[in-house]
Every structure is written in C-alpha cells, then in structure tokens.
Design a protein around this ligand. Structure first.
Ligand SMILES: Cc1cc2nc3c(=O)[nH]c(=O)nc-3n(C[C@H](O)[C@H](O)[C@H](O)COP(=O)(O)OP(=O)(O)OC[C@H]3O[C@@H](n4cnc5c(N)ncnc54)[C@H](O)[C@@H]3O)c2cc1C
Length: 349
C-alpha cells in the first residue's frame, strides 16, 4: 500500500508540474464584503480558487507604520484575564485605530513602543505582540485592535530583586484614554487559508491563544458573505491552572454552539495528569489523540498552527513523532514537507 508520505510527495510533484501553488495561503483583500448581522442561507459549496486566480500574498498589509513615525492610538479598555487562583497577570487590551490607516488581518502582529527611555536615555525599542482580534476588531467596526499581554516578571538571578518587563508592564498598567505608539502590522507566517473547508489545528500555550482567538472569531462569531467556515477547528490550549485559561467563557460558548466544527482540548499542567502520571502538557494531549491528529494532518486542507512559549515545539514534535511512527513515517521528514506546503505554521517567543 502506498504510504501517506509518498502520496503527499507525489501530489506535490504533480501539482508543481501542473504549475499550481500547493496551498493557497493568500487572504482576501482587507476591503472584504461587509459583515452581515444575521446568518444567511448557505451558499453552494464552491471549490477553492485555483492558485492562478488567487490574490497575491502582497496584498497583506505590512509595515504601514514604522518605528520612526508610529501610529498613536488610544487605549479603549484594559481587562484582566487571569481569574482568582491563577498565576501571573495577563491583560486583554483594546486600542482605537479610527484616526489612522492601520489595518491588519488575523494572525499578524504589531509593534508597541513603550513610553520613556532605556538605561542609555534612548527611546525604547519596539516589542511585538500577536493580534488577538480579527481585522474587524472586537467592536466589529473595523476601528480597533486587541492584544493579549502577559506581564513579564522574574527574580533577578544575582540580586534576587523582582524585575518587570518594560513593555509588558507598560501595557498591563495602561489606563483607558492613554496614548499608545503602534507599528506594523507584520507577519505572514500565521495567516489563515482562504478555504472555509480547511481544517485548522491550533496548539497554544498562555498568550499564544491570541491569534487563535482571532481565527475563532472569524470562523464562528462574525458572519461573512465570503468566508463561512465549514472545516474542523481544533484548539489544544495549555495553561498552568484553570483560572489561567484565557478567554475561557468565549471558548466554551463557541464549543457549545459549534460542537461539530470546534473542538477544545485543554492541557492544565498543574492540575491534570497524563496517562503516565506526569504533568499534563500539550504533548500528552497529542499523544492521547495521536491517531486522529495523524489522520488530520495528512489531509491536504489541514493547517497546523503553533503559538506561545518557545520550547513548546519540542513536546509537540515528540507527540507527532510517536503518532507518525505508528504508521512507519519519519515525522521530521514529513514535517519538512508540511512546512514546504505552508501547512505547518509556528510562531513562538
Ligand atoms: C512574534 C511575537 C509575538 C509575540 N506576541 C506576544 C503576545 O501576544 N503576548 C505577550 O505577552 N507577549 C508576546 N510576545 C513577547 C513580547 O514581544 C515581549 O518579548 C514580552 O512582552 C517581554 O517584553 P518586555 O519589554 O516586557 O520585557 P523586557 O524588558 O524586554 O525584558 C525581557 C528580557 O528579560 C530577561 N528575562 C526574561 N525572563 C527572565 C528570567 N526568568 N530570568 C532572567 N532574565 C529574564 C531577558 O533578558 C529578556 O530578554 C511576542 C513576541 C514575538 C516575537
């Protein structure tokens, strides 16, 4: 029997010969049709646009605002996301974009330049943050952008003194009405495919949920004429404690409203135990669902996205290696093919 990996390689070769681009990651122009308030009757299923008709990746907005002349927006809201009993501080911030030209799409990031100067008296450098809202913003009026920011804090290794991250503290402390300097947007790695029938596997830890929240809003909360999600979205979300499950209510509401199209799998490391008694991390969940995941990733219309803390990839690879090995496939080789086909997307920090 032909091995799945060989089949994928063969398909890639045939498509390349036919002059096709393997995967259409191109996104619609930002001026898409307006969102409609109520769901409309389902349009007939149309096949994905052939690559030659697809819009160019160049249409993706990048660097509209640069560090020398950033957009200055206002903070509209700043809400805590960690509930009682959770660890650390994570805030959901929304900024007003109505005075400028900043636009963005799901999966991109923006730069924030913290107020003040560094130890050398120079302006602070920008820090990147994944955008947690869709292009239409949390108020669905195309005029806002939202972030999910964890305040960095640690004890200085030599002095033992508590240290706070410059930009993350600046953002977490921000008051409604404060100015904020924004650059970007940047990033083409984490964009969603146009295909509303694609399967989207998301693996995130902590603030890595940010782009996934944007995807889920686009798929399920907003109603679009040109994007009606009909695939499977499967989120693996790793946190330390239950009160650290960011956007818990939103996520669970979506799961109960769209049980056939959205699966939500938590890995709560300090509370749950994996089958072998170890702490429950995302890789343990991958191991639990190895066969299903393996079947899914082989599908030509499945995209996998990884976002969150650096270091989480190792565990995911371990889990996927075990899943692939069951079918006699070498994961790292298979993963290379997926990356080449733009179906394996990673943004860790
Ligand atoms: C593409 C991208 C997307 C991102 N998205 C998000 C996001 O959505 N949400 C989010 O919260 N962050 C995100 N980040 C991280 C963000 O850019 C900042 O790096 C983070 O907020 C810390 O910046 P800071 O100014 O607060 O810390 P800084 O003041 O810059 O301090 C960071 C420095 O502190 C030191 N340090 C950190 N931890 C320790 C430790 N335990 N012991 C000793 N020294 C230490 C290191 O030298 C480190 O370089 C993203 C990063 C990238 C690249």
């Amino acid at each position: 029997m032909e091995k799945p990996f060989d089949r994928l390689k063969k398909d890639l070769r045939n498509l390349a010969k036919a002059g096709a681009k393997m995967v259409n990651l191109d996104v619609p122009e930002v001026q898409e049709k307006p969102i409609i308030a109520e769901p409309v009757a389902e349009a007939p299923v149309t096949p994905a646009q052939p690559a030659k008709k697809a819009k160019k990746k160049d249409n993706i907005p990048v660097n509209i605002y640069r560090p020398k002349s950033p957009y200055v927006g206002k903070c509209l809201s700043n809400e805590g996301l960690v509930r009682e009993g959770g660890e650390g501080r994570v805030q959901h911030l929304t900024f007003d974009l109505s005075e400028g030209d900043l636009r963005y799409i799901e999966g991109q990031s923006i730069g924030i330049i913290p107020a003040g100067t560094d130890a050398n008296g120079k302006p602070h450098k920008l820090r990147l943050y994944s955008i947690a809202s869709t292009r239409h913003g949390d108020r669905v009026d195309d005029k806002t952008i939202s972030l999910c920011v964890r305040q960095l804090e640690y004890d200085h290794p030599e002095t033992g003194e508590r240290v706070y991250g410059v930009c993350s503290k600046y953002l977490c402390d921000m008051q409604t009405g404060d100015d904020v300097k924004i650059t970007g947007p940047v990033g083409k790695e984490m964009l969603l495919p146009d295909d509303p029938e694609a399967n989207i596997i998301m693996m995130g830890t902590g603030t890595g949920i940010a782009p996934f929240r944007a995807y889920l809003w686009r798929m399920f909360k907003e109603k679009h004429e040109n994007y009606k999600f009909k695939g499977l979205a499967w989120l693996f979300f790793g946190v330390a404690y239950t009160p650290n499950i960011l956007y818990k209510q939103e996520l669970e509401e979506l799961q109960s409203q769209y049980p056939d199209n959205f699966r939500l799998t938590y890995a709560i490391s300090r509370e749950q135990k994996a089958a072998d008694g170890s702490k429950m991390y995302i890789q343990s969940r991958i191991a639990e669902h190895a066969d299903e995941l393996w079947n899914l990733v082989q599908k030509e219309n499945t995209h996998t996205y990884i976002c969150g803390l650096k270091g989480m990839e190792g565990g995911i690879d371990e889990g996927m290696s075990a899943a692939a090995a069951k079918h006699g496939v070498d994961w790292s080789e298979y993963q290379r093919t997926l990356k080449k086909a733009h179906r394996w997307h990673v943004e860790t920090y």
